[in-house]
Design a protein around this ligand. Structure first.
Ligand SMILES: C=CC1=C(C)c2cc3[nH]c(cc4nc(cc5[nH]c(cc1n2)c(C)c5CCC(=O)O)C(CCC(=O)O)=C4C)c(C)c3C=C
Ligand SMILES: [Fe+2]
Ligand SMILES: [Fe+2]
Length: 369
């Protein structure tokens, strides 16, 4: 273990470690007005839509925000739960699961919260609460396993922007991706295998990821490669041959070309190629949300069955399953290495103090530091 100076050892200065789990965000309600607010914030982010601002302002306000909110509100209404949007409720349960695991081990000196990049609860509100609780070291974990500027970097922008209004910013660590993290790969493989054991296995496993415009890949975004890496490792873990799985990209927006092959076109074409039954899993979505429940399990299921498919099984996201919570907790603990969890236990304080003194004496013999 390493120690960062003596501040952690002081009784009178209760510093804490904060773990902030984030996800994309979702509207507050499945209504046109809530969607206009949510989409207005989301689609104005230059990390998401890389079109020159004046032109994009005209398109966004002149066309998109007049048409899309009511259309999207209907889609959201079809997945809305009594407790709210699936993305929000799953993310809240994930943070709760992580909090229980970490606090069982480290006590209340670790504070766990969750925030949304767009909408509520906002990054700034949750960071205010963490600051009020004495968080001086902050680990941010966006629940995006594959890095993309439109998601991971955009979350970093939100944190950095929040810090511009703080006098005393905390130490910061940011998990920008984890596409090949073995506990994440194993959690998915176990989850898929458990689904197969219970429901049987179809002919092919389709791994569908959210798409991004093709030009982001050409500009150097590693997202496309990271998706393929996750698929390869997951297939290896499941012992699948190349022809037993494929990687596709869903959720296109606008008219330009996005990453291919497209999930919808692929599913429409598979039955004619002799693939009559498929399982679909979305490794990039930590939580079920509009894009999985409505777009995959409703819309794309229909495309496949109407094209002559005979069996379609959507495998739910990892959500707050114990395997996912363990993998995420492990990822957090790996990234907290070297940050001493503060403690007010007198014996632990004394032990740390003695160890720090011994280390100083070994490094600078005879000096009073
Ligand atoms: C306009 C461009 C978009 C890019 C680029 C984009 C990238 C991207 N998105 C996710 C994850 C999610 N996206 C979700 C919804 C959603 N995405 C876009 C557009 C882009 N996404 C829109 C307009 C919407 C809203 C829904 C709609 O109106 O169709 C969601 C679901 C949110 C929910 O509330 O359930 C997720 C999750 C990733 C991972 C990604 C890049 C890698
Ligand atoms: Fe999206
Ligand atoms: Fe969609």
């Amino acid at each position: 273990m390493q120690y960062k100076g003596t501040a952690n050892f002081r009784h009178d200065h209760p510093e804490k470690i904060g773990v902030l789990v984030t996800n994309l965000g979702t509207p507050d309600a499945p209504t046109s007005s809530a969607l206009r607010r949510y989409l207005g914030e989301f689609l104005w982010d230059p990390r998401v839509v890389e079109v020159p601002r004046p032109l994009w302002w005209l398109i966004l306000h002149g066309i998109i925000l007049r048409i899309r909110p009511s259309r999207s509100a209907k889609a959201y209404a079809s997945v809305w739960q009594p407790e709210g949007s699936p993305l929000l409720t799953h993310t809240a349960s994930q943070a709760e699961g992580i909090r229980k695991r970490l606090q069982a081990k480290y006590g209340n000196n670790i504070v766990v919260g969750f925030a949304m990049r767009y909408g509520n609860p906002s990054v700034s509100k949750v960071l205010d609460e963490m600051q009020a609780q004495g968080v001086r070291q902050l680990l941010v974990l966006p629940l995006y396993p594959q890095y993309s500027a439109s998601t991971s970097a955009s979350t970093f922008d939100a944190i950095a922007h929040d810090f511009t209004r703080r006098r005393w910013i905390p130490d910061l660590r940011f998990v920008s991706h984890y596409p090949d993290y073995p506990p994440y790969i194993e959690a998915m493989a176990n989850h898929i295998q458990a689904h197969w054991n219970e429901h049987g296995r179809n002919e092919k496993l389709v791994l569908s990821y959210h798409g991004v415009p093709l030009k982001y890949l050409k500009k150097g975004d590693p997202y496309h490669c990271e998706c393929h890496k996750t698929s390869r490792l997951l297939a290896e873990q499941l012992g699948l041959a190349k022809e037993e799985y494929m990687t596709t990209f869903q959720s296109r927006f606008g008219r330009e070309e996005w990453l291919q092959p497209y999930t919808d076109e692929t599913l429409k074409s598979l039955p004619a190629k002799g693939v009559k039954s498929i399982d679909v899993f979305c490794p990039g979505f930590s939580s079920d949300c509009l894009e999985t429940v409505e777009e995959i399990d409703e819309e794309n299921r229909e495309y496949f069955m109407e094209a002559g498919g005979e069996g379609f099984s959507y495998i739910p996201a990892l959500n707050a399953t114990p395997g996912h919570i363990s993998a995420l907790t492990q990822l957090i603990e790996d990234n907290l290495q070297g940050w001493t969890v503060p403690t007010n236990e007198p014996e632990e304080l004394a032990a740390r103090f003695r160890l720090a003194e011994d280390q100083k004496q070994a490094q600078y013999p005879g000096r009073d530091l």
